[in-house]
Design a binder for this molecule. Structure first.
Ligand code: HEC
Length: 74
């Protein structure tokens, strides 16, 4: 399966859309902004996966903290 299709399914199954829109910044950065910021390589996948599981703040200047997703469903 192509990575972006797997990613869209994963976003649909979880609560990501509460705070993220594909193209427009809402509570969190848009997925397009995130894609433009990082190179698509193993390091980025590892860093961002970790961030989604643990949550966090401080990178995008948002007022809200990204929630942790310890039982993130693939
Ligand atoms: C409660 C709101 C909220 C939810 C729900 C949420 N996010 Fe986020 N997300 C944020 C915020 C706020 C940021 C910016 C954090 C920062 O500035 O470090 C962010 C940042 C990110 C980033 C970029 C991280 C970085 O360090 O650059 C990714 C990737 C991401 N979210 C993916 C997801 C995915 C996938 C889901 C669903 C499993 C999800 N988010 C659910 C609020 C949320």
């Amino acid at each position: 399966m192509k990575a972006h299709i797997a990613g869209e399914r994963l976003i649909d199954k979880n609560d990501c859309k509460t705070c993220h829109n594909k193209n427009v910044r809402t509570i969190g950065p848009s997925f397009r902004q995130i894609a433009q910021r990082y190179p698509l390589d193993d390091e980025t996948v590892a860093t961002l996966t970790n961030k989604v599981i643990k949550g966090g703040a401080g990178i995008w200047g948002s007022l809200v903290v990204m929630s942790a997703h310890p039982r993130f469903r693939f």
